[in-house]
Design a binder for this molecule. Structure first.
Ligand SMILES: [Zn+2]
Length: 86
């Protein structure tokens, strides 16, 4: 039997860890902790890959010629989804 409150708390904890790593503020330990976690948590893995892709794109200035339009569009849609709280 699983405890729902525990699950929610755990999800928040790993989302926070994910943000720290994405922001580049994680220590080596935290980074490793996230990597271990990602192997067992598909939701975080997807979020991590998506966030990382967006971050990389932003960092490289989104070179339109070099990025496949489909991927760019799907990322943009994700950003819009995330940005509008409604
Ligand atoms: Zn997780």
């Amino acid at each position: 039997m699983k405890n729902h409150i525990m699950e929610v708390e755990q999800k928040q904890a790993c989302t926070e860890l994910l943000q720290i790593v994405i922001d580049g503020q994680a220590s080596e330990e935290q980074h490793q902790e996230l990597m271990d976690h990602l192997e067992n948590c598909e939701a975080c893995r997807e979020e991590y890959l998506l966030s990382k892709t967006i971050k990389d794109k932003l960092k490289t200035g989104i070179k339109a010629a070099a990025s496949p339009v489909g991927l760019a569009n799907s990322i943009q849609n994700k950003i819009l989804e995330t940005a509008s709280p409604k």
